[in-house]
Design a protein around this ligand. Structure first.
Ligand code: CTP
Length: 422
């Protein structure tokens, strides 16, 4: 995405210290960031920190810089406004359209998309006044990120904790790109490998063991990566949808064929996305001729043997310079347990990111929409839902951010230990 002029508003809550991580990630992503803290925010985080991290002067006072009409100039120039944390009070002021400080004026004077990350105690979040204010903002097109459920300031926990900086940044940039209808070229010069579809393990010349994956999500990722400038190799396992143009397509059928193709293509790639559903077992023997019913039998027992775990093989081999993204198809209905299964799978496979995808009789497969959580080594990196194409871009947004962080390691600001917010 081209360089955006982004205003980061910070309001007075303890989570203000985490806003430094938001500013830093946006600067690292190449954007021009102007921080507008409220007076309350400056009690939690110092102006010098915000100026150093944003690389721009930080203003709060409505009556400074009057000659340059600062109270409207900052908002007019903005391509995107991100407010993190947004306290209950600041949400009420935004909903009412108050302009009694520089941030209020900036918002009112701007036509840019607005993304806010609420942070407050659970009672305040659930209060009807806050709920009505949030509903008003949503109706006006404001994107609300979070709040997450977790430990708050003090002993209590529940919904109200500010989302992690990475999640806020991914949502904010996706919103800005969608608002501008921007073609993104942030994968230009990168080599991307995507596996898509479902493997089939033959039993005999006419039968196989397969799965319900249509390949739609993987194909959307390949198309999205291509549109963002990448050179894409698509390893296509029995797709039920048309393969996209502009990609190098390698057709495979079984898990072992997929393993050979992806192992070869992954060497030297910047990003490997393992979206294909791979059979964990295959028949121990493949019959050369059609298996016939035997007179008098009332069943057939198949012996299956384990297939290689391809992702774990790549993940546990040295893969420096190659970002490895796995998928987890899970039927677990409970959200918390679903994420715990995802975190365990990420670790077991040695992947860098894992896209957790709930599947079921009526969810996930062959549909045009999808809903996923993208996990990193340190927890939730983003959530994406909508068409499989918009989910594909959501996954690539996180991958691109990760590739950038690898190129410019973070000294620790954006990756602090989770700490109470409220
Ligand atoms: N995968 C793989 N090789 C296999 C099985 C899965 O590379 N033999 C990859 C998939 O492409 C996906 C990830 O591993 O990116 C997780 O797949 P999933 O089916 O969710 O998990 P499994 O490893 O098969 O574990 P289980 O079925 O026990 O949950």
């Amino acid at each position: 995405m081209s360089r955006l002029n982004i205003v980061v508003g910070i309001t007075g809550g303890i989570a203000a210290y985490k806003a430094v991580g938001v500013v830093r990630a946006l600067v690292l992503a190449g954007h021009d960031v102007h921080v507008v803290p409220t007076e309350g925010a400056l009690r939690f985080v110092g102006r010098p920190t915000l100026e150093a991290i944003s690389r721009n002067p930080v203003h709060t006072d409505l009556y400074e810089g009057v000659a340059e009409v600062r109270h409207v100039a900052i908002g007019q120039a903005a391509d995107l406004i991100v407010i993190a944390p947004a306290t209950a009070n600041s949400i009420a002021k935004l909903a009412a359209g108050l302009a009694d400080d520089l941030l209020g004026n900036t918002v009112l004077a701007s036509e840019a998309p607005i993304v806010i990350a609420p942070a407050m105690h659970t009672e305040m979040w659930l209060n009807q006044a806050t709920a009505a204010n949030v509903a008003t903002l949503r109706e006006r097109g404001v994107t609300i990120v979070g709040p997450a459920v977790g430990q708050l300031t003090g002993a209590d926990s529940g919904p109200g904790r500010m989302e992690e900086p990475d999640v806020i940044v991914a949502a904010a940039l996706a919103r800005a790109a969608a608002a501008a209808g921007l073609p993104r070229d942030d994968l230009s010069g990168r080599r991307v490998v995507v596996t898509a579809g479902g493997t089939r393990e033959p039993l005999d010349p006419v039968r196989f063991l397969g799965n319900r994956s249509s390949g739609k999500q993987g194909v959307a990722i390949a198309e999205a990566a291509r549109a963002r400038g990448a050179q894409v190799t698509l390893i296509a396992a029995n797709l039920e949808v048309a393969a996209p143009g502009g990609c190098d397509i390698r057709s495979v059928s079984t898990a072992r064929e997929l393993q050979a193709a992806v192992t070869e293509a992954a060497a030297g790639a910047d990003l490997v996305v393992m979206a294909a559903a791979v059979a964990d077992y295959r028949p121990a023997e493949v019959s050369e001729s059609k298996i016939k019913k035997q007179p008098g039998d009332d069943g057939l027992t198949l012996e299956l043997v384990r297939n290689p775990d391809i992702l774990a093989g790549l993940g546990h081999a040295p893969h420096e310079g190659t970002l490895l993204v796995g998928f987890a198809a899970e039927t677990e209905p409970d959200d918390e347990r679903l994420l715990a299964l995802g975190a365990a799978k990420l670790e077991a496979k040695g992947a860098d990111l894992l896209v957790v995808n709930r599947v079921g009789w009526a969810e996930g497969f062959a549909r045009d929409d999808n809903r996923v959580v993208i996990l990193g080594r340190d927890g939730v990196r983003a959530r994406a839902d909508g068409s499989k194409m918009s989910v594909a871009h959501g996954i690539l947004d996180v991958a691109v951010q990760h590739l950038r962080e690898q190129a410019a390691p973070d000294p620790g600001v954006a990756r602090e230990q989770p700490a109470p917010s409220g």
